[in-house]
Design a protein around this ligand. Structure first.
Ligand code: ZN
Length: 116
């Protein structure tokens, strides 16, 4: 087993993911459904991670129904990931307004909590 994973995977964008060329970094080709309640999961957060010894874009999805969260460590070329860091810094969190616009349930929840 290689210490730092399979370096050949890091030269190209991970399978089932597309580069966004904006501050998000990557979005999937497929829709994620919550494994607990089967609700459509929504993009919530992405940040660059280097804990494995090489850069990945950690992309987080959250279920608006049961709060379940899933993280994906998306591989890509170091050049693209460093470019992402220059564009946005190490992390990207959409504003509450942007996130709320994706889901009526979330908008109501944030409104109840006084965020919007
Ligand atoms: Zn759920």
């Amino acid at each position: 087993m290689k210490k730092n994973g399979d370096s050949s995977k890091r030269n190209t964008t991970a399978k089932n993911w597309q580069r966004t060329n904006n501050e998000i970094g990557h979005l999937p080709d497929i829709v994620f459904f919550c494994p607990h309640c089967h609700e459509k999961m929504l993009f919530r957060h992405s940040h660059l991670d280097n804990t494995a010894g090489y850069l990945t874009n950690l992309v987080g999805y959250k279920c608006p129904e049961c709060e379940s969260v899933r993280w994906f460590a998306v591989d890509d070329s170091e050049e693209y990931l460093e470019g992402l860091r220059e564009k946005r810094g190490d992390e990207y969190v959409p504003s509450k307004e942007v996130w709320a616009s994706e889901s009526e349930k979330i908008r109501k929840k944030l409104e109840t909590l006084g965020y919007i």
